[in-house]
Design a protein around this ligand. Structure first.
Ligand SMILES: [Zn+2]
Length: 74
C-alpha cells in the first residue's frame, strides 16, 4: 500500500494548524487523524467525522509548502 497523508494546512482553521499526518495504510492514517481532530481541534469522534477525514486523504507524502485558500500572506 502506498503512502497517504492528510494535511491540516489545506484546511484553514482558527488556530492555523500546520500539522500533516502520513501513514502507510488508510486505517492508521484515519486513527491518527481522528485523534488529532479530537485532541487539537475539539471535534467529537463520530462516523461523520471519520467519513469527512477519510475524504481528505491524499496519496503520497505531505508537501513542504501548501498554498492555502484565503491566506494571502502569513
Ligand atoms: Zn490540525
Amino acid at each position: 500500500m502506498s503512502r497517504q497523508y492528510i494535511d491540516c494546512r489545506e484546511f484553514p482553521s482558527a488556530m492555523n494548524c500546520s500539522v500533516a499526518l502520513s501513514a502507510d495504510s488508510d486505517k492508521e492514517l484515519l486513527e491518527a487523524a481522528v485523534q488529532h481532530a479530537v485532541a487539537v481541534h475539539g471535534h467529537n469522534d463520530s462516523p461523520e467525522l471519520r467519513k469527512q477525514l477519510a475524504s481528505m486523504f491524499k496519496q503520497g507524502t505531505p508537501p513542504l509548502a501548501v498554498a492555502q485558500a484565503g491566506m494571502a500572506s502569513a
